[in-house]
Write a new protein. Structure first.
Length: 153
């Protein structure tokens, strides 16, 4: 890989450098996603388009950044947290309560990786493996919050 594509992959995979946070870079990446949703408060169409874009760009960026860093699923790669958080809040009200609940639930599922998230992380290669477990954590979070929302109706 040439220097230019490696730099671009790192910028995307680290979400503009957020992944270089010296303490809890995954949490920092999730916090960056929360801040985005907090201020933008996108509608469902925008959420879906943004999620598709983050996944489409994030998988190859994570793949090439992983090679560039020389470490399997480097902690500096946080585009997966952004994608996972985006799924966590998909089709939910963009209220502080839901956004904050999604943050904590997503971090829980991302850290503990209940099945099949852990198997996805270990079993899939490169950028796909890096992204898949976070996407699963986002789905777990979204399902719980959708159930909570249904109970409150």
């Amino acid at each position: 890989m040439q220097a230019g594509p490696a730099v671009i992959a790192r910028v995307i995979a680290t979400v503009g450098g957020v992944g270089y946070c010296p303490v809890a870079p995954g949490t920092a990446g999730t916090l960056a996603a929360l801040v985005f949703f907090w201020f933008v408060r996108p509608d469902l169409a925008f959420q879906a388009a943004a999620l598709a874009l983050v996944i489409a760009v994030g998988v190859p960026a994570a793949h090439y950044a992983e090679r560039s860093f020389g470490t399997k699923d480097s902690s500096q790669i946080v585009i997966d947290e952004v994608a996972g958080y985006a799924i966590s809040v998909l089709a939910l009200p963009m209220t502080p309560g839901y956004l904050i609940a999604a943050f904590f639930l997503f971090r829980f599922f991302d850290i503990f990786k209940p099945p099949p998230a852990r198997q996805m992380d270990k079993g899939l290669p490169g950028g796909l493996g890096i992204m898949a477990d976070d996407l699963a954590a986002g789905i777990y979070t979204n399902v719980l919050l959708q159930l909570w929302r249904a109970v409150l109706r």
